[in-house]
Ligand binder design. Structure first.
Ligand code: AMP
Length: 377
């Protein structure tokens, strides 16, 4: 039986652990939190993510090491896990940690990005506002996630406050993209180089946090273009594992926003909505097993449950609605679980999503859903 070491024991680790129940594998996690979601699927080494002792123990306990979030120390992993197989490749992790190197990589691979400038001073920001125009989005280069570490600047009077709020340097100013929609593209590549691509996913965010994903996306006509971009990235890194790119759709253009070298929140629907989930396929990829079929089994939607969970006895009234509770303590803005709906056609799916949203907003009021679904009708 193979042992997989995972840095991070959050909900992504938990779902990887559940997916591993179909395979002959065991897990060990590294996470300092007292009661992380993945503790239900394997032992957790309760040490900091970048501690030499924790990483050494994880590496010695595991045949292959992977990670479930990006903000882990690449240099610590390189130092301690020199003789360990780590997938996805650490180069992908390193580049994904810095928005500037991420954009430079996209550009070098001819993957279009929104116009941007690097910002290290007030003068840089004034120049950027002149060059790329307002509104713009100011973002920290490192450690931003779920809309944290960014500010939308609508007029010149706000430039200085935004700059101060984000620390004044090591920033990126990006043109505000009046996108038609946002999509993510998820693919998987195993050690022997087989590649499969899930259908394109349409995502709705509120305050930078993902609220709803639908797949296959209406914009699935852009799937071939997205696949071309994914393949450029896979080849560049000689990549192994699940890889996600998030894009803005503007007409028939895809503008890359960011990539994640890991399983992704916008792919949770694949647990029930695809023949093989992104989680199982990530494990298959890093173990060099044949990949599983990525075809959808219908039309799926996923609603993130943020800040509060519905009551335990909530009757969802259908066997095509699946509630996932990560077992986390409620806190404002925290992802506590998600619900997936699978239907035979998009209209049916969207009716169920609206009905479900009404129930959720009435009973639990998780953040964001009411802003993303029109409940007025
Ligand atoms: P990010 O942390 O870069 O993924 O940004 C989170 C969300 O903020 C995105 O999914 C978009 O909804 C929004 N956003 C970020 N950058 C831009 C942009 N340049 N133009 C328009 N919306 C953006």
């Amino acid at each position: 039986m193979k042992r997989i070491g995972i840095i991070g024991a959050g909900q992504l680790g938990q779902m990887l652990g559940f997916a591993g129940q179909n395979l002959d594998v065991e897990f060990v996690f590294l996470d300092p939190s007292p009661d992380p979601p993945a503790s239900v699927v394997g032992p957790v080494l309760r040490l900091p993510f970048d501690s030499d002792e924790g990483l050494r123990q994880l590496a010695s306990d595991a045949d292959v090491v992977t990670y479930e979030f990006e903000n882990v120390s690449v240099s610590a992993i390189e130092r301690v896990c020199a003789d360990t197989i780590v997938y996805p490749p650490l180069d992908a992790l390193r580049i994904s940690q810095d928005r500037l190197s991420e954009k430079q990589l996209f550009e070098s691979l001819q993957i279009p990005v929104p116009p941007y400038r690097t910002i290290d001073s007030a003068q840089d920001l004034r120049n950027a506002a002149n060059d790329i125009g307002l509104p713009l989005v100011l973002k920290t280069r490192r450690l931003g996630y779920d809309g944290k570490g960014q500010a939308v600047v609508r007029d010149e009077a706000d430039l200085s406050d935004a700059l101060t709020a984000l620390g004044g340097s090591n920033l990126i100013a990006e043109q505000w993209v009046p996108f038609d929609c946002e999509v993510s593209a998820i693919c998987v590549r195993n050690v022997r180089g087989d590649v499969l691509v899930y259908p394109l996913i349409e995502n709705q965010h509120r305050d930078g946090i993902l609220i709803i994903s639908r797949a296959p996306a209406e914009a699935n006509g852009l799937a071939a273009l997205a696949t071309r971009h994914l393949r450029q990235m896979l080849a560049h890194f000689d990549y192994v594992g699940v890889l996600t790119i998030e894009f803005f759709v503007a007409g028939d253009q895809l503008l890359a926003n960011e990539f994640a070298p890991r399983v992704h929140n916008s792919g949770h629907w694949t647990i029930e909505g695809a023949r093989t989930s992104q989680f199982e396929n990530h494990l298959r990829a890093i173990l060099d097993l044949p990949l599983g079929d990525v075809s959808p089994v219908g039309h799926a939607a996923m609603l993130n449950l943020i800040g509060s969970m519905p009551p335990k006895n909530l009757d969802l009234g259908s066997d095509t609605i699946f509630l996932h509770d990560y077992g986390k303590r409620p806190r404002p803005g925290r992802k506590l679980g998600h619900i997936t709906v699978v239907a035979s056609d998009p209209a049916d799916r969207d009716r169920t999503v609206t009905r479900l949203s009404e129930i959720l907003v009435a009973q639990a009021n998780p953040t964001g859903i009411a802003d993303c679904i029109d409940l007025s009708g």
